[in-house]
Ligand binder design. Structure first.
Ligand SMILES: CC(C)(COP(=O)(O)OP(=O)(O)OC[C@H]1O[C@@H](n2cnc3c(N)ncnc32)[C@H](O)[C@@H]1OP(=O)(O)O)[C@@H](O)C(=O)NCCC(=O)NCCS
Length: 159
């Protein structure tokens, strides 16, 4: 599939329902619904977290990512792209945006956990420079060291 015009921006409270609906539809419907509207709202109001959105050319939500910042590490809590929009670089754009913000905040390392069975997500993180740092039950821990000094981009467009 070819590239798609995509805008990345921070979420606002008005986006909470759309974020929760996307998470439910694409990831969570078989599990307890963690990223429900109140959780999405609370993540975007949390000073130690960022919720970044990817919007298509029509302004519709096509993906989102949540990063939580600690002292020198950040934790990628969730990254989701609508199934109909995958393999067009949108996950990469969201991740890069969140990584740049983390680098500006002097974060040295990003961590993420992924299910061992989720070969697509594991392939995605490997392609983005994440390496395995451990295994815990059904989950693989992955991490990436950040080069410091990347500028935070408020908006980013695909080619
Ligand atoms: C993981 C996810 C966010 C990737 O988003 P995406 O927009 O499709 O990713 P990109 O298009 O930026 O992919 C970048 C690279 O990752 C790798 N990749 C992505 N999806 C892949 C797949 N299904 N199989 C193999 N490699 C894959 C490829 O190397 C790809 O580059 P290419 O398309 O040029 O070959 C998306 O598949 C998703 O939302 N999955 C469901 C939710 C999930 O599991 N999230 C991760 C847990 S937090």
């Amino acid at each position: 599939m070819g590239p798609v015009m995509t805008t990345i921006r921070l979420a606002t409270p008005a986006d909470a329902k759309a974020i929760a609906a996307l998470s439910w539809r694409e990831v969570e419907q078989h599990w307890p619904w963690h990223w429900n509207p109140p959780s999405a709202l609370s993540a975007m109001l949390d000073r130690d977290a960022n919720v970044a959105l990817a919007l298509g050319a029509d302004g519709q939500l096509v993906g989102f990512g949540v990063m939580e910042y600690h002292d020198d590490t950040a934790h990628l809590s969730l990254l989701v792209v609508n199934a109909t929009a995958r393999r067009r670089g949108i996950g990469t754009m969201l991740l890069r945006w969140l990584e740049r913000v983390a680098a500006v905040a002097a974060i040295a390392r990003i961590e993420v956990e992924e299910r061992r069975s989720d070969t697509a997500a594991l392939a995605f993180y490997a392609s983005r420079g994440y390496v395995r740092s451990g295994v815990s039950g059904y989950y693989v821990r992955l991490c990436k060291a950040l080069a410091q000094g990347g500028g935070a981009a408020a908006r980013e467009r695909s080619p």
